[in-house]
Ligand binder design. Sequence first.
Ligand code: PMP
Length: 362
Amino acid sequence: MRKHIFNAGPAVLPVPVLEKVSKAVIDLDGIGISILEISHRSKEFDAIINEAIELMKELMNIPEGYHVIFVGGGASTQFAMLPMNFLKTKASYLETGSWAKKAEKEAKLFGEVQIVASSADKNFTYIPKNFTIPTDVDYFHITTNNTIYGTEIKTDFNSPVPLVADMSSDFYSRPVDVSKYSLIYGGAQKNVGPSGVTIAIIKDDFLNSKQVTDRIIPTMLNYKTHTEANSLYNTPPVYAIFVVKEVMRWLKTEIGGLENMKKINEDKAKVLNDYLDNSKMFIPTVPNKEDRSLMNITFVMQDPYKDLEAAFLDHSKKYGIVGIKGHRSVGGFRASMYNALPIDSVKVLVQAMEEFEKANLK
Ligand code: PMP
């Protein structure tokens, strides 16, 4: 039986996609070669990567003047690649969690980093508001979804300087006004595919702007290498890109696009949030509902029940629930509810919580 997969990433993928890609491991569309065996220079792979890019552009309504590229090294490599390419003197960062801090750490290797606002004072349980984006910086960096802390920036900022977003854990979960961003990046392994490929959506004007540094950049770490070679400068992760293409097809044909996806994700989050807001045993870690992530919902046991956390984890296993242990820096629980998680899995989680609460309420 298939489990209820609440993993934070790598994470749940749509079953029809798993079926399709598993067949291609044996034989890609009847050509007598596995997807694992085709050349990245073949016409078959050319069609795959181009369709993946076209669907990504179509689904997120990416305007003319942007490139979509596939690169290696995870979002963690983007933390360094961004400042290496674009940080001349000073960049500003919105500090909303430990991924944002890791991005800052890499930027400091290349220039001055200004923290515009931080929610570190309350262990990143909210999104800072009312900050001013400075105008004298090379770019402004945000992390739209804070995977560990369960907060999410759901609006697209107007920024006076190039806006850069790490969207690792929420891109393709809702529509985004890409025209407001100069660079969006993320690892594929939450909403758009398996681990092993990182996606960047980059504005051509940014690539040719005064922000581009004149430092020497290793070929593979230069964005232009990948935009100019259609992500085929070196051998890309062929299989991962194939899966991304299939996930994009699923988003388009089964879901009907990102507006629908957003609605489905809102419905799923509501099921769990409604329960959490009324529970006497569990409590959400993000008090402000506006700031709560639709992707990762974090919660803990209320004080009198703290010692029951391990017992609840054990209890949840009986329902086939996996992946809800919270990140070690927050504790408690985290239900990651990416695009492909069925609403029924959320209902099963709530049922497990209700039954545990009923049996153990003091
Ligand atoms: N940014 C965010 C928001 C993440 O959630 C993660 C991974 N969980 C990363 C960056 C790092 O991604 P990777 O492991 O692909 O380097």
